[in-house]
Design a protein around this ligand. Structure first.
Ligand code: DSN
Length: 426
């Protein structure tokens, strides 16, 4: 008997729920016809898609492999053990937990494991490129803990470890986060580790954005510097939406207890299986080449944008991500992002360091190359993308819908040559 897959189910979905089937089809087309530059998004492989659409979603398995609270775990245990073993092997860590539902719950588990309410956490401030869960004021992590935040240099756009050290010495945080969501430069894990050691803080590396680059050798690893590491699985790592926590042996048990039973019930086993598949893919030579190509593409796109007068925070990129300050283009990030989206180029508006505008109407846009690299784009294509972006930003400023639609048509023609896994669904 052949294995039934998610794709077989697609045919049934069309009969059972034509409205949802039509929307999934439309979203597939939308993803296919756009140039997707959102740096935290990607296109997963057919194999990862198939693993997510399986009978594993039917099973409850609270607990961990060989220590569950429900019967019938003979197969699920093997799935989870495979995912854990592959994560340990790929990242070279002593311990991995593949159960967190996504990045924010994974980070909350770290607080539950190692902090008491009111303890001090130190993280990069959100508008400077950090993450909500690194102690930002509106997040539970900023409400229930005492949070101190570091920034980037006003002129350099880069983290200044001297400033980080100064704040750490003065505030004595129990936990220090490094990493974030809008950091275009390499993270100096060793430098953070020295500071954490000096003030006796636990260093946590949030590698959600760069996990795939680390796995593929295109960014230094935090292993050996940060005893605790959190990551999502769906960004550069190119797996399903999910997360992992990794650590040394010393921090393993409290982390596991914080995920379950501290914060979560049953793990999403279909996601665990798809994470295992993505980790297997990430261990291949092809993936190493992919990770390197992401960075090459980002550097080429950065150069092409600078040639067109775009102002890049920190002057460029070392990784997959580019943060553009549109102040000199005399347009806000939000109207620019909306114009670009109409023109077939999908990205997100974003605050830039020291932004004078509000977070919901900021000065910047954030772009990245993981998704277009998956589709096979190379540095040779980046000048064209920069040209379309330039035209679209200018057309948007003049409210020139016709010009935006013309670019979108050109983009649609262009993307036809670069298929995405899973669409059209066969
Ligand atoms: N939403 C993620 C991102 O886009 O970077 C961070 O949580």
């Amino acid at each position: 008997m052949t294995q039934r897959t998610g794709l077989d189910l697609a045919a049934r979905l069309a009969d059972a729920d034509p409205e949802i089937a039509r929307l999934i089809e439309a979203e597939g087309r939308r993803q296919f016809e756009k140039i997707r530059l959102i740096p935290s998004e990607n296109y997963v492989s057919q194999a990862v898609l198939e693993a997510t659409g399986t009978v594993l979603t039917n099973k409850y398995s609270e607990g961990y492999a060989r220590k569950r609270y429900y019967e019938g775990q003979q197969i699920i245990d093997e799935v989870e053990e495979l995912a854990v073993a592959r994560a340990k092997e790929l990242f070279g860590v002593e311990h991995a937990n593949v159960q967190p539902y996504s990045g924010s719950p994974a980070n909350l588990a770290i607080y539950l494991a190692f902090m008491q309410p009111g303890d001090t956490v130190m993280g990069m401030s959100l508008p400077m490129g950090g993450h909500l869960t690194h102690g930002w004021s509106v997040s539970a992590t900023g409400k229930w803990f005492r949070s101190v935040q570091y920034s980037v240099g006003r002129e350099t756009g880069r983290v200044d470890l001297d400033e980080v050290r100064e704040i750490a010495r003065a505030e004595r945080p129990k936990l220090i986060f490094c990493g974030g969501t809008a950091i275009p430069r390499l993270i100096d894990f060793e430098g953070y580790a020295e500071i954490a050691r000096e003030v006796d803080a636990l260093l946590v590396a949030d590698i959600a954005h760069i996990a795939g680059l680390i796995a593929g050798g295109a960014h230094p690893s935090p292993v050996g510097h940060a005893p605790v590491i959190s990551t999502t699985t769906h960004k550069t790592l190119r797996g399903p939406r999910g997360a992992m926590l990794m650590s040394d042996q010393e921090h393993a048990k409290p982390l596991d207890r914080a995920v379950f039973p501290g914060l979560q019930g049953g793990p999403h086993n279909h996601t665990t299986a798809a994470i295992a598949v993505a980790l297997k893919e990430a261990a291949t030579q092809e993936f190493t080449a992919y990770a390197g190509q992401i960075v090459e593409n980002a550097k080429a796109l950065a150069t092409a944008l600078i040639e067109r007068g775009f102002d890049l925070v920190s002057g460029g990129t070392d990784n997959h991500l580019i943060l553009v300050d549109l102040t000199n283009k005399d347009v806000g990030g939000k109207p620019a992002a909306k114009a670009l989206d109409r023109a077939g180029i999908e990205l997100n508006y974003n605050t830039v360091p020291y932004d004078t505008r509000k977070p919901f109407d900021p000065s910047g846009i954030r772009i990245g190359t993981p998704a277009v690299t998956t589709r096979g784009l190379t540095p040779a294509h980046m000048a064209q993308i920069a040209a379309w972006m330039d035209e679209a930003v200018e057309a948007g400023k003049k409210d020139d819908g016709e010009a935006l639609d013309r670019i979108a048509a050109d983009v649609r023609d262009f993307t036809k040559a670069f298929p995405i896994p899973g669409w059209p669904a066969s």
